[in-house]
Design a protein around this ligand. Structure first.
Ligand code: MG
Ligand code: MG
Length: 254
């Protein structure tokens, strides 16, 4: 069942979304060669508590940290730790904040120093995929329209769309119904209605879309062909007035 939120609930999510957005912006500003992902995690955790939120990822199904930090061929769910960012890396930073009973979930992928042109293109395209999906988040549209917007843009530029990880409903729980593939056929799937809130998160690769789970930490997920992967995410509400991006605050992530 897709839970619809009242206007007052959306306003509460928007307040939490501001914290999430500001946290991601702060993290992106701290990305530089030599910084460890563990240091970024501590910065985020302090930031979230200082702003009256709670880091939703920490303890989620046993996840040990407040953010996910996933460099290069790691797609998502990287555990922050001793990994030290190096010039030319890209890093997906994913933040979830609980505030006044609601969760907002957002991610961005940033370059560490200079990266090659084709990697800039991957980041740009993934950001544009999220924007194209956002444009579909209107009452009367269908989930297949959202997935199709992502898939058609990414594939038209020769990139891979990860199939086995999905966008999702979000609200009182971090993962609510429905599950939303980042690919699809227009005019299919559940119909969008005002008050629905979704975390839309295209994961786009320079290669194929196969994935592999890290057998040691059982969290990190990589591209199976070792290709670079980018990941952008916003929490977005469907309203009578069109899409409302709850986690945009002048921060990165488009
Ligand atoms: Mg996320
Ligand atoms: Mg998410």
């Amino acid at each position: 069942m897709i839970v619809r939120k009242s206007r007052a609930e959306l306003e509460a999510m928007r307040e939490g979304g501001r914290i999430t957005a500001s946290c991601l912006k702060m993290l992106a500003e701290n990305v530089r060669p030599g910084v460890t992902t563990g240091e970024l995690d501590r910065l985020a955790e302090d930031f979230i508590y200082d702003h009256g939120g709670k880091p939703e990822f920490k303890g989620y199904q046993g996840f040990p940290a407040s953010i996910c930090a996933s460099p290069n061929a790691m797609i998502v769910h990287g555990i922050p730790g001793s990994y030290r960012l190096a010039e030319g890396d890209i890093i997906s930073l994913d933040v979830g904040v609980r505030y006044e009973g609601f969760v907002t979930d957002s991610a961005t992928t940033v370059p560490v120093g200079e990266v090659p042109e084709r990697v800039v293109g991957l980041l740009e395209t993934t950001r544009e995929c999220l924007a194209a999906a956002t444009e579909q988040m209107r009452s009367g549209k269908r989930l297949g329209d959202v997935g199709h917007a992502i898939q058609s843009l990414a594939e038209s530029r020769g990139y891979g769309v990860v199939r086995d990880l999905i966008s999702h409903g979000v609200g009182r729980q971090m993962h609510e119904d429905p599950q939303i593939p980042n690919y699809g056929r227009p005019g299919t799937g559940a119909r969008l209605l005002p008050g629905m809130t979704f975390a839309i998160e295209p994961m786009i690769t320079l290669g194929d879309y196969g994935i592999v789970l890290d057998e040691e930490d059982h969290w990190s997920i990589y591209t199976s062909d070792g290709s670079l992967s980018a990941h952008f995410e916003h929490t977005i509400a469907v309203t009578e007035d069109g899409p409302w991006v709850l986690t945009r605050n002048g921060g990165p992530g488009g």
